[in-house]
Design a protein around this ligand. Sequence first.
Ligand code: FPP
Length: 247
Amino acid sequence: MNSSESSPVNADIDPANLPCHIAIIMDGNGRWAKKRILNRIEGHKKGADVVRLIVRTCREIGISILTLYAFSTENWQRPKIEVAALMSLLKNFLESEQKEMLDNNIRLNAIGQIEKLPEDVQHVLHKSMTLTKKNNGLMLNLALSYGGRAEIVRMVREIATKTKEGKIDPDLITPELVSDFLYTKGMPDPDLLIRTSGEMRISNFLLWQIAYTEIFVTKTLWPDFGKQEFLQILKHYQRRERRFGKV
Ligand code: FPP
Protein backbone atom coordinates (compact mmCIF):
# COMPACT_ATOMS: atom_id res chain seq x y z
CA MET A 1 0.00 0.00 0.00
CA ASN A 2 1.47 3.41 -0.89
CA SER A 3 0.89 6.57 1.16
CA SER A 4 -2.03 7.76 -0.98
CA GLU A 5 -3.83 4.47 -0.29
CA SER A 6 -3.89 5.13 3.45
CA SER A 7 -5.26 8.68 3.12
CA PRO A 8 -8.62 9.47 4.74
CA VAL A 9 -11.88 9.14 2.87
CA ASN A 10 -12.28 11.94 0.35
CA ALA A 11 -14.47 14.76 1.63
CA ASP A 12 -15.88 15.48 -1.87
CA ILE A 13 -17.99 12.34 -1.70
CA ASP A 14 -21.58 12.95 -0.69
CA PRO A 15 -22.40 10.36 1.99
CA ALA A 16 -26.12 10.76 1.24
CA ASN A 17 -25.73 9.67 -2.40
CA LEU A 18 -23.58 6.57 -2.17
CA PRO A 19 -24.31 3.50 -4.24
CA CYS A 20 -25.89 0.92 -1.96
CA HIS A 21 -24.56 -2.05 -3.96
CA ILE A 22 -21.27 -2.00 -5.90
CA ALA A 23 -20.24 -4.88 -8.16
CA ILE A 24 -16.73 -5.27 -9.55
CA ILE A 25 -15.27 -7.31 -12.42
CA MET A 26 -11.66 -7.58 -11.26
CA ASP A 27 -9.76 -8.04 -14.50
CA GLY A 28 -6.13 -7.72 -15.56
CA ASN A 29 -4.16 -9.79 -13.05
CA GLY A 30 -2.56 -11.85 -15.82
CA ARG A 31 -1.57 -8.79 -17.90
CA TRP A 32 -0.16 -7.08 -14.83
CA ALA A 33 2.10 -10.09 -14.23
CA LYS A 34 3.05 -10.43 -17.91
CA LYS A 35 4.18 -6.79 -18.05
CA ARG A 36 6.61 -7.57 -15.23
CA ILE A 37 7.69 -10.93 -16.68
CA LEU A 38 6.14 -12.65 -13.69
CA ASN A 39 3.99 -15.74 -13.40
CA ARG A 40 0.22 -15.01 -13.74
CA ILE A 41 -0.21 -16.27 -10.20
CA GLU A 42 1.83 -13.32 -8.91
CA GLY A 43 -0.79 -11.08 -10.53
CA HIS A 44 -3.57 -12.90 -8.66
CA LYS A 45 -1.63 -12.54 -5.39
CA LYS A 46 -1.32 -8.79 -5.89
CA GLY A 47 -5.00 -8.80 -6.88
CA ALA A 48 -5.94 -10.37 -3.54
CA ASP A 49 -4.17 -7.47 -1.74
CA VAL A 50 -6.30 -5.02 -3.75
CA VAL A 51 -9.42 -6.97 -2.69
CA ARG A 52 -8.45 -6.34 0.96
CA LEU A 53 -7.94 -2.62 0.26
CA ILE A 54 -11.26 -2.14 -1.56
CA VAL A 55 -13.21 -4.13 1.07
CA ARG A 56 -11.69 -1.88 3.76
CA THR A 57 -12.55 1.26 1.78
CA CYS A 58 -16.16 0.16 1.25
CA ARG A 59 -16.51 -0.49 4.97
CA GLU A 60 -15.02 2.92 5.83
CA ILE A 61 -17.36 4.87 3.57
CA GLY A 62 -20.46 2.87 4.46
CA ILE A 63 -21.26 0.82 1.36
CA SER A 64 -23.90 -1.83 2.09
CA ILE A 65 -23.01 -4.54 -0.46
CA LEU A 66 -19.83 -5.22 -2.43
CA THR A 67 -20.08 -8.06 -4.97
CA LEU A 68 -16.76 -9.25 -6.39
CA TYR A 69 -16.43 -11.50 -9.44
CA ALA A 70 -13.73 -13.70 -7.96
CA PHE A 71 -14.13 -16.86 -10.08
CA SER A 72 -16.42 -17.44 -13.05
CA THR A 73 -17.94 -20.67 -14.39
CA GLU A 74 -15.59 -20.18 -17.38
CA ASN A 75 -12.50 -19.88 -15.14
CA TRP A 76 -12.59 -23.67 -14.53
CA GLN A 77 -11.17 -23.97 -18.06
CA ARG A 78 -7.88 -22.28 -17.09
CA PRO A 79 -4.76 -24.45 -16.57
CA LYS A 80 -5.13 -26.70 -13.51
CA ILE A 81 -2.21 -25.04 -11.79
CA GLU A 82 -3.81 -21.58 -12.08
CA VAL A 83 -7.19 -22.85 -10.83
CA ALA A 84 -5.44 -24.49 -7.86
CA ALA A 85 -3.55 -21.26 -7.11
CA LEU A 86 -6.76 -19.20 -7.23
CA MET A 87 -8.50 -21.65 -4.87
CA SER A 88 -5.56 -21.56 -2.49
CA LEU A 89 -5.51 -17.73 -2.56
CA LEU A 90 -9.22 -17.67 -1.84
CA LYS A 91 -8.81 -20.05 1.10
CA ASN A 92 -5.93 -17.98 2.51
CA PHE A 93 -7.93 -14.80 2.05
CA LEU A 94 -10.93 -16.23 3.92
CA GLU A 95 -8.77 -17.53 6.76
CA SER A 96 -6.71 -14.37 7.12
CA GLU A 97 -9.72 -12.02 6.92
CA GLN A 98 -11.92 -13.85 9.44
CA LYS A 99 -10.82 -11.62 12.34
CA GLU A 100 -11.04 -8.43 10.25
CA MET A 101 -14.59 -9.37 9.20
CA LEU A 102 -15.65 -10.07 12.79
CA ASP A 103 -14.00 -6.93 14.18
CA ASN A 104 -15.52 -4.72 11.50
CA ASN A 105 -19.10 -5.98 11.32
CA ILE A 106 -18.60 -7.44 7.80
CA ARG A 107 -20.91 -10.21 6.66
CA LEU A 108 -19.56 -12.70 4.15
CA ASN A 109 -21.85 -14.19 1.54
CA ALA A 110 -21.18 -16.26 -1.58
CA ILE A 111 -23.10 -16.56 -4.83
CA GLY A 112 -22.57 -19.20 -7.51
CA GLN A 113 -22.06 -22.95 -7.74
CA ILE A 114 -20.43 -23.20 -4.31
CA GLU A 115 -20.84 -26.99 -4.36
CA LYS A 116 -18.30 -27.15 -7.22
CA LEU A 117 -15.49 -25.59 -5.14
CA PRO A 118 -12.88 -27.86 -3.51
CA GLU A 119 -14.11 -29.21 -0.16
CA ASP A 120 -11.50 -27.38 1.92
CA VAL A 121 -12.51 -24.05 0.33
CA GLN A 122 -16.21 -24.83 0.91
CA HIS A 123 -15.39 -25.58 4.52
CA VAL A 124 -13.69 -22.22 5.28
CA LEU A 125 -16.30 -20.41 3.24
CA HIS A 126 -19.18 -21.90 5.24
CA LYS A 127 -17.30 -21.30 8.48
CA SER A 128 -16.76 -17.61 7.65
CA MET A 129 -20.36 -17.19 6.50
CA THR A 130 -21.67 -18.78 9.72
CA LEU A 131 -19.35 -16.75 11.96
CA THR A 132 -20.32 -13.46 10.31
CA LYS A 133 -24.01 -14.09 9.62
CA LYS A 134 -25.26 -11.74 12.36
CA ASN A 135 -23.08 -8.83 11.17
CA ASN A 136 -25.05 -6.00 9.62
CA GLY A 137 -22.35 -3.68 8.24
CA LEU A 138 -20.84 -4.25 4.81
CA MET A 139 -21.92 -7.45 3.03
CA LEU A 140 -18.98 -8.89 1.11
CA ASN A 141 -20.58 -10.97 -1.58
CA LEU A 142 -18.11 -13.22 -3.41
CA ALA A 143 -19.15 -14.58 -6.80
CA LEU A 144 -17.50 -18.00 -6.98
CA SER A 145 -17.97 -20.46 -9.82
CA TYR A 146 -20.56 -17.89 -10.84
CA GLY A 147 -22.09 -17.40 -14.28
CA GLY A 148 -25.08 -15.24 -15.09
CA ARG A 149 -26.52 -17.65 -17.66
CA ALA A 150 -26.14 -20.64 -15.33
CA GLU A 151 -27.90 -18.61 -12.63
CA ILE A 152 -30.78 -17.82 -15.02
CA VAL A 153 -31.09 -21.48 -16.11
CA ARG A 154 -31.20 -22.52 -12.44
CA MET A 155 -33.94 -19.94 -11.76
CA VAL A 156 -36.00 -21.08 -14.79
CA ARG A 157 -35.73 -24.73 -13.69
CA GLU A 158 -36.86 -23.93 -10.16
CA ILE A 159 -39.79 -21.78 -11.28
CA ALA A 160 -40.80 -24.37 -13.91
CA THR A 161 -40.72 -27.17 -11.32
CA LYS A 162 -42.84 -25.17 -8.86
CA THR A 163 -45.25 -24.22 -11.65
CA LYS A 164 -45.60 -27.87 -12.64
CA GLU A 165 -46.29 -28.78 -9.01
CA GLY A 166 -49.03 -26.14 -8.94
CA LYS A 167 -47.16 -24.01 -6.38
CA ILE A 168 -46.69 -21.04 -8.74
CA ASP A 169 -49.38 -19.55 -10.95
CA PRO A 170 -47.71 -18.68 -14.34
CA ASP A 171 -49.80 -15.49 -14.48
CA LEU A 172 -48.17 -14.34 -11.25
CA ILE A 173 -44.57 -14.62 -12.50
CA THR A 174 -43.18 -11.08 -12.20
CA PRO A 175 -39.66 -9.55 -12.28
CA GLU A 176 -39.79 -9.51 -8.46
CA LEU A 177 -40.56 -13.24 -8.36
CA VAL A 178 -37.72 -13.97 -10.81
CA SER A 179 -35.32 -11.97 -8.58
CA ASP A 180 -36.37 -14.12 -5.63
CA PHE A 181 -35.10 -17.23 -7.43
CA LEU A 182 -31.62 -15.83 -8.09
CA TYR A 183 -28.56 -16.17 -5.84
CA THR A 184 -28.95 -12.47 -5.00
CA LYS A 185 -32.43 -12.95 -3.49
CA GLY A 186 -33.21 -10.17 -1.04
CA MET A 187 -30.39 -7.90 -2.23
CA PRO A 188 -30.98 -4.65 -4.13
CA ASP A 189 -29.58 -4.71 -7.68
CA PRO A 190 -26.11 -3.16 -8.08
CA ASP A 191 -26.18 0.63 -8.50
CA LEU A 192 -22.65 0.67 -9.86
CA LEU A 193 -20.59 -1.87 -11.81
CA ILE A 194 -16.85 -1.28 -12.16
CA ARG A 195 -14.68 -3.23 -14.58
CA THR A 196 -10.91 -2.90 -14.55
CA SER A 197 -8.41 -3.44 -17.42
CA GLY A 198 -10.41 -1.71 -20.14
CA GLU A 199 -12.45 -4.49 -21.77
CA MET A 200 -15.97 -3.37 -22.71
CA ARG A 201 -17.66 -6.62 -21.76
CA ILE A 202 -20.01 -7.94 -19.09
CA SER A 203 -18.48 -11.45 -19.16
CA ASN A 204 -21.58 -13.27 -17.92
CA PHE A 205 -21.74 -11.30 -14.66
CA LEU A 206 -25.08 -10.55 -12.95
CA LEU A 207 -26.94 -10.49 -16.28
CA TRP A 208 -30.40 -10.00 -14.78
CA GLN A 209 -29.35 -7.75 -11.91
CA ILE A 210 -27.52 -5.05 -13.93
CA ALA A 211 -30.55 -3.91 -15.99
CA TYR A 212 -30.28 -0.32 -14.65
CA THR A 213 -26.77 -0.36 -13.20
CA GLU A 214 -24.32 2.47 -13.95
CA ILE A 215 -21.21 1.02 -15.60
CA PHE A 216 -17.65 2.36 -15.27
CA VAL A 217 -14.75 0.80 -17.14
CA THR A 218 -11.21 1.82 -16.21
CA LYS A 219 -8.09 0.86 -18.13
CA THR A 220 -6.23 0.28 -14.86
CA LEU A 221 -5.32 -3.36 -14.33
CA TRP A 222 -6.85 -4.79 -11.12
CA PRO A 223 -3.52 -5.15 -9.24
CA ASP A 224 -2.86 -1.42 -9.91
CA PHE A 225 -6.35 -0.35 -8.83
CA GLY A 226 -6.49 1.56 -5.56
CA LYS A 227 -8.45 3.64 -3.11
CA GLN A 228 -7.99 6.99 -4.88
CA GLU A 229 -9.27 5.71 -8.22
CA PHE A 230 -12.15 3.93 -6.50
CA LEU A 231 -13.15 7.19 -4.78
CA GLN A 232 -12.86 9.08 -8.10
CA ILE A 233 -15.28 6.59 -9.67
CA LEU A 234 -17.70 7.15 -6.79
CA LYS A 235 -17.49 10.90 -7.45
CA HIS A 236 -18.30 10.35 -11.14
CA TYR A 237 -21.17 8.09 -10.14
CA GLN A 238 -22.59 10.86 -7.97
CA ARG A 239 -22.61 13.19 -10.99
CA ARG A 240 -24.62 10.79 -13.12
CA GLU A 241 -28.35 11.24 -13.34
CA ARG A 242 -30.14 7.93 -12.90
CA ARG A 243 -33.48 7.93 -14.67
CA PHE A 244 -34.38 4.21 -14.76
CA GLY A 245 -35.94 4.68 -18.21
CA LYS A 246 -38.04 7.67 -17.13
CA VAL A 247 -37.63 11.30 -18.27
C1 FPP B 1 -9.01 -11.71 -13.80
O1 FPP B 1 -7.67 -11.53 -14.18
C2 FPP B 1 -9.15 -12.13 -12.43
C3 FPP B 1 -9.58 -13.36 -12.04
C4 FPP B 1 -9.90 -14.43 -12.97
C5 FPP B 1 -9.76 -13.72 -10.65
C6 FPP B 1 -9.86 -12.62 -9.65
C7 FPP B 1 -9.08 -13.04 -8.47
C8 FPP B 1 -8.45 -12.23 -7.60
C9 FPP B 1 -8.53 -10.76 -7.68
C10 FPP B 1 -7.58 -12.74 -6.52
C11 FPP B 1 -8.20 -13.63 -5.50
C12 FPP B 1 -9.55 -13.25 -5.06
C13 FPP B 1 -9.94 -13.14 -3.76
C14 FPP B 1 -11.36 -12.84 -3.45
C15 FPP B 1 -9.03 -13.30 -2.65
P1 FPP B 1 -7.16 -12.33 -15.45
O2 FPP B 1 -6.36 -13.47 -14.97
O3 FPP B 1 -8.30 -12.69 -16.35
O4 FPP B 1 -6.27 -11.23 -16.12
P2 FPP B 1 -5.93 -11.09 -17.67
O5 FPP B 1 -7.23 -10.82 -18.38
O6 FPP B 1 -5.00 -9.92 -17.70
O7 FPP B 1 -5.27 -12.37 -18.10
